[in-house]
Design a protein around this ligand. Structure first.
Ligand SMILES: NC(=O)c1ccc[n+]([C@@H]2O[C@H](COP(=O)([O-])OP(=O)(O)OC[C@H]3O[C@@H](n4cnc5c(N)ncnc54)[C@H](O)[C@@H]3O)[C@@H](O)[C@H]2O)c1
Length: 327
């Protein structure tokens, strides 16, 4: 699968949920994988995420804000998955400098290192659906206007523009994604700041009450992490994707309260209560969001394989066995 045997890959943020899932798929398909991760709290870095492949990957505890280490690590790589990030949009409001340092300057460092030391590398960037801000129509395609409303979304958008700029000016082979709501095994479970499905599964497993803001009617698009990882790898290997922007999600509309009920049903514990939207969330609420995945599906032979129920079950099974490594 993939035709990636023997290729040299760097994954920044590779100890997190998405990066470690990509790492596992690459290793299974014969690639030579190096992980760069700064292990910054409270993000999702977890050595257990790569425990079963630890003999087959090199791990470099470095930081994308460290230009000297990037200078060395980008050399001789065929593909760089540029996933390192501050991932919480609420934390970006309370600490905008950290967000800009990592999510903008850090990515400028990656691109400059690629331009100067390995200009042939393919670089895959992971932006966010939050770049769209308030949704004007659904499903959201790549032409939907961007209206970022938090420092996280602003810096993701600014970094996306950097990737576009490097492609246009220097021919850097970038693939740009805007991700909907990912979830699955190996996601952080220590807090509710992002990857909300994982957090709700933890709450249900502890037989706690899951709090839903508003009436729970809001529509979201949840994508299982393996489906995401597969699309990232395929797009990197497809020259027609280089220089392109893709929205990625499952393409399936799910009401928030249906997602919560599915978790409670599958885990068999927990209950739900609704409360009014807190101020710090209503400010960043985007309205209903469904991804138009037709551009991506036209570009690579890919279709999300995991429906929400199967994905929740697989995630629940994973944490039933390994929760002690996560919280
Ligand atoms: N999880 C989501 O909801 C979501 C949604 C859209 C986009 N994304 C983006 O996808 C990427 C991966 O997210 P994830 O879900 O795997 O989150 P994660 O928290 O599991 O992984 C992020 C990883 O980046 C590492 N990191 C953070 N700053 C770093 C730095 N300066 N240098 C090196 N490593 C650093 C963290 O230690 C962590 O291991 C991020 O860029 C994120 O913004 C995530």
């Amino acid at each position: 699968m993939f035709g990636i045997d023997g290729k040299k890959i760097l994954i920044t943020g590779g100890l997190g949920m998405i990066g470690s899932t990509i790492a596992r798929m690459l290793v299974d398909n014969g690639a030579i994988v190096t992980i760069l991760d700064a292990c910054i709290e409270p993000f999702g870095a977890n050595l257990f995420n790569v425990d079963d492949i630890k003999e087959k990957v090199s791990i470099n505890f470095s930081d994308i804000r460290d230009k000297e280490s990037l200078k060395i690590l980008v050399r001789d790589k065929d593909i760089i998955f540029s996933l390192a990030g501050q991932v919480s949009h609420n934390d970006s409001i309370s600490n905008p400098h950290l967000d800009a340092d990592i999510n903008y300057i850090g990515h400028l460092n990656v691109l400059e290192a690629v331009r100067r030391y390995n200009s042939e590398a393919v670089v895959v960037y992971s932006g966010s659906r939050l770049q769209f801000g308030t949704v004007q129509y659904n499903p959201v395609d790549e032409e939907h206007p961007l209206n970022p409303r938090t420092p996280y979304a602003l810096n993701k958008t600014a970094a996306e523009n950097l990737y576009k700029y490097y492609h246009e000016l220097y021919g850097t082979r970038c693939v740009i994604f805007r991700i909907a709501n990912p979830y699955g095994p190996r996601g952080q479970m220590k807090h509710s700041k992002y990857t909300i499905i994982n957090w709700f599964i933890r709450q249900a497993m502890a037989n706690e009450t899951i709090t839903v803001f508003g009436d729970g009617e809001q529509i979201r698009d949840y994508i299982y992490v393996d489906d995401l990882a597969e699309a990232f790898i395929l797009s990197a290997l497809t020259p027609a994707c280089h220089g392109q922007i893709f929205n990625i999600g499952s393409g399936v509309a799910t009401r928030f309260k249906d997602m919560v009920e599915a978790i409670i049903g599958i885990v068999g514990r927990g209950c739900v209560k609704t409360v009014p939207w807190p101020d710090n969330y209503i400010n960043v609420e985007t309205g209903d969001y469904i991804t138009d995945i037709s551009k991506l599906r036209g570009a690579i032979p890919w279709m999300p394989k995991t429906d929400l129920e199967s994905g929740i079950l697989a995630t629940y099974d994973y944490y039933s066995e390994f929760s002690r490594y996560y919280y």
